[in-house]
Write a protein that binds this ligand. Structure first.
Ligand code: NAD
Ligand code: DAU
Length: 365
């Protein structure tokens, strides 16, 4: 039985992890620590808000004293560290927050874990799991082998550089102090509760409103898509069977060029509108509401500076050592994700205009 602190548990992947953990580890306490930045929203935890095992704390991971107090007072023995600034485009426009949260914030969490777990010895066994990204490995050419755990680091954006720095700090705390750490580097996640600034949810929301679908550069950049439910199971495998000090790559085995991915999403939307006449009434500005192609909204726009060409993950180590397998194919995942956004219009409208956050702060605080 684990007693888990989930940092960033009100964000996209963190919230999906909390849902997954509570569904598979009944009666195990989960404390979510989240600052509720623009990317964190209590609406992401709405499905589990009433669960007695869940405790939400609004706070900053850079507050070492707060993290120490949570670990100590709740006798937590596991940290799953998601909290970060996560959007590459934002890191290009304003890198400071990325250094503050991703580097200084991770270091503050490590310091707290060291004090409480190694010096005060509050629990017999502990684990600090750090969630990182494949972007630390840089960019691949079309015929390069996928990133393995032995690929040298070569981060290209302020975001990936800040994540690389945080990975190095985690590694150093294991080697120097003996903190029981694990790191996972995963590829592009998608699925429910994905904030509509990232490619897939942005395209879904835009096409439903008849807005343009901006494709950076020539649209030939490749990402390896990982359904968030597979990622959460991958982290669970690492917590249960991963060895302290080790790094595990988690991928979806689903490479796609951006243009191809957006065209597939457009075809999914066109099929959904053709199958359900009510959608034209709900989203009258969507081209599909008039029987036109959603792909007519695609526009090529100026490229992202320093845009990495290709990411691909070799996750054979996690498969071999932990029994990890990605289960959700990209075709199935995109269909289910589109359906989720149709069924949860309240969610994306409320996180985009902040209305859920205001409502819950009025009613529950
Ligand atoms: P997200 O931006 O959706 O969520 C980040 C969460 O962290 C938010 O809830 C936010 O409020 C919280 N947060 C930010 N700064 C904080 C601070 N100083 N103190 C406390 N909480 C803070 O991010 P995500 O997409 O869910 O990513 C989660 C983690 O996974 C990140 O570490 C990211 O680098 C990594 N990752 C993401 C992807 C992906 O495709 N989304 C892929 C690989 C790795
Ligand atoms: O690879 C893992 C990373 O995946 C994570 O570490 C990051 O936190 C996560 O944001 C994601 O980074 P990307 O930059 O790959 O994701 P994003 O959704 O921003 O973009 C995906 C691709 O789509 C990328 O090649 C840029 C392109 N793109 C993106 C947007 C938002 C477009 O062409 N148009 C867009 O409007």
């Amino acid at each position: 039985m684990a007693r888990v602190l989930v940092s960033g548990g009100a964000g996209f992947i963190g919230a999906n992890f909390v849902h997954h953990w509570l569904a598979t580890h009944a009666d195990e306490p989960v404390v979510v620590l989240d600052a509720l930045t623009y990317a964190g929203n209590l609406a992401n935890l709405e499905p589990v808000r009433e669960r007695a095992e869940l405790c939400f704390v609004r706070g900053d991971i850079r507050d070492t004293a707060l993290v120490e107090r949570l670990l100590r007072e709740q006798r937590l023995d596991t940290i799953v560290h998601f909290a970060a600034e996560s959007h590459v485009d934002r890191s290009i426009h304003g890198p400071d927050a990325f250094i503050e949260t991703n580097v200084q914030g991770t270091h503050a969490m490590l310091k707290a874990a060291r004090t409480v777990w190694l010096e005060e010895r509050t629990v017999p066994v502990h684990r600090f799991h750090h969630v990182s990204t494949d972007e630390v490995y840089g960019s691949l050419d079309p015929h390069d082998p996928p990133f393995s755990e032995r690929t040298p680091y070569a981060p290209n954006s302020p975001y990936s550089a800040s994540k690389a720095a945080s990975d190095h700090l985690v590694r150093a705390y294991h080697h120097t102090y003996g903190l029981a750490t694990t790191i996972s580097n995963c590829s592009n996640n998608y699925g429910p509760f994905h904030f509509p600034e990232k490619l897939i949810p942005l395209m879904i929301v835009n096409l439903l409103h008849g807005r343009e679908l901006p494709i950076y550069g020539d649209g030939r950049n490749v990402r390896d898509w990982l359904h968030v439910s597979d990622h959460c199971r991958g982290i669970e495998c690492i917590l249960e069977r991963g060895r302290p000090g080790e790094v595990y790559n988690i991928g979806g085995g689903a490479e796609s060029e951006n243009l191809q991915l957006v065209e597939t999403l457009c075809a999914v939307a066109d099929g959904a509108f053709a199958a359900d006449a009510h959608l034209a009434g709900r989203f009258p500005d969507a081209p599909a509401a008039r029987g036109e192609k959603s792909a007519s909204l695609i526009r090529f726009v100026k490229d992202r500076p320093g845009h990495d060409r290709r990411y691909a993950i070799d996750c054979s180590k996690a498969e071999r050592e932990l029994g990890y397998r990605a289960e959700v194919t990209l075709a199935r995942g995109l269909g289910e994700t589109f359906a989720w956004y149709l069924a949860n219009e309240w969610w994306w409208r409320s996180v985009m205009d902040g209305s859920y956050q205001r409502w819950i702060e009025t009613h529950y605080r």
